[in-house]
Design a protein around this ligand. Structure first.
Ligand SMILES: Cc1cc2nc3c(=O)[nH]c(=O)nc-3n(C[C@H](O)[C@H](O)[C@H](O)COP(=O)(O)O)c2cc1C
Length: 404
């Protein structure tokens, strides 16, 4: 098997000596480590130490690369399977959250497409500062995994929160993520996302407030786990995740057409789009004038994409979303049966703090045997990780994964 490489960002916390142990633990697992230090970290400890331990020159300065023929901070992104920053100072975390790129490490972070893990270490007051907490929250919503620091004796002599998590724990979390990044290799996935629009005339339509964030997070997570991902999306303002094939649509019927084309090629369908269930039987090909006076509109149910797929699914895995405003679980159970699904993700769209157009969700997973699993409020990125873990269990039972 190819030897994998991770990048280890080291910033200027006293606990940076623990990065030596982190390197050793990765090496024991046959994983090579490329160290990137901040200039301030290089004031606390010589880069020479990390170069010797890792067997590769530690990178510090963006403008004096050991390989000047390459743009090192871009070339390296293609070599690594993960970026770990341990210890991460308040400063590095703030720069990552703000998108500042003024040294090798912060510039590299913006260019990296592999999973990113951050292990903060600092004095308790710094760690609990609302700005630091806000920065960490932002990073989490973007999919960065934060290994929370522990409580203990800190370098400043105080007792409190802010102690770097143990090297063993940090390396275990990273190994788990590296393992996950191959877990859907060979699997073909279709995710639908966003709202649909049903036009009345050339400018007016009915729709819903779906932002597409849940579907995009699911597509991103599947791609990061190595799946081939098709994302059929209604109109959103989101940037498609790296590596997915985006197909943009507007109406429910257009989404149904694209889904039907792709369906025969895929193993798993996750239907997270908030489709409009009704359409106008009559569409005007010009903008209706208000001089017409009162307008009575007729709507009729449009195509039920998931129910159609449920009819012809064979061995494919179908996962649906039930956005409900009453009797959430009971309705989700009914839909799961009616549409012949393998898993239903139910959420309550009455709540303002989760669901439509927010970064958070709180869901109940409903299984065909009637089992329920409640997942507490978490970022959509975290929720999508849990959903894919559950889908992977179904995939294993069905033996869909080609032994990659
Ligand atoms: C001895 C010493 C220890 C420090 N320990 C920490 C720390 O544990 N966490 C932290 O966020 N900042 C710590 N700082 C402050 C940072 O080094 C400082 O904010 C610096 O600007 C961060 O630069 P960097 O993030 O580029 O490494 C420490 C500073 C010194 C001098």
């Amino acid at each position: 098997m190819d030897k994998k490489t991770i990048a280890l960002g080291v910033s200027s916390s006293v606990s940076l000596y623990k990065a030596c142990e982190i390197i050793r633990l990765f090496q024991k697992k046959n994983i090579a480590v490329q160290v990137i230090m901040t200039a301030n970290a290089a004031k606390l400890i010589s880069p020479q130490l990390f170069s010797s331990l890792s067997g590769r020159p530690a990178l510090v300065d963006l403008f004096s690369s050991p390989k000047p023929e390459k743009i090192e901070h871009i070339a390296l992104t293609k070599e690594i399977v993960l970026l770990l920053i341990a210890p991460a100072t308040a400063n590095v975390i703030g720069k990552m959250a703000a998108g500042i790129a003024d040294d090798f490490l912060s510039t590299f972070y913006l260019a990296v497409r592999s999973p990113v893990v951050v292990a903060p270490a600092m004095n308790e007051a710094m760690y609990l500062h609302p700005q630091v907490q806000e920065n960490l929250r932002q990073l989490k919503t973007r999919g960065v995994v934060v290994i929370e620091p522990e409580r203990g004796e800190l370098a400043c002599g105080e007792e409190g929160w802010g102690k770097l998590a143990s090297p063993e724990k940090i390396v275990d979390v990273c190994l788990e993520i590296i393992h996950q990044s191959r877990s859907l290799r060979g699997v073909k996935v279709l995710v639908t996302a966003g709202p649909t629009r049903e036009y009345l005339d050339t400018v007016r339509f009915i729709s819903n407030p779906s932002s597409g964030k849940m579907g995009y997070a699911l597509a991103e997570e599947a791609a990061q786990r190595g799946a081939d991902v098709f994302l059929v999306s209604g109109p959103t303002s989101l940037t498609p995740p790296a590596g997915v094939k985006l197909i943009s649509v507007e109406s429910t019927r257009a989404m149904a057409r694209e889904v039907e084309k792709i369906f025969p090629q895929v193993d798993v369908v996750v239907a997270a789009a908030a489709v409009v269930d009704y359409e106008f039987p009559r569409k005007f090909d010009h903008k209706l004038k208000k001089e017409r006076g009162p307008l009575q509109l007729e709507l009729r149910p449009t195509i039920d994409i998931l129910a159609e797929l449920g009819q012809k699914k064979d061995q494919k895995i179908l996962v649906g979303f039930a956005a409900e405003s009453e009797e959430v679980v009971a309705n989700a159970r009914k839909k799961l049966k009616k549409k012949n699904l393998d898993l239903m993700v139910a959420n309550d769209v009455r709540r303002q703090d989760i669901g439509f157009a927010t970064d958070f969700n709180e869901i109940t997973l409903v299984y065909p045997d009637g089992q329920l699993e409640e997942i507490g409020k978490a970022t959509k990125k975290e929720i999508s990780r849990i959903i894919w873990e559950r889908i992977e269990q179904i995939i294993k039972k069905r033996k869909i994964i080609p032994s990659a």
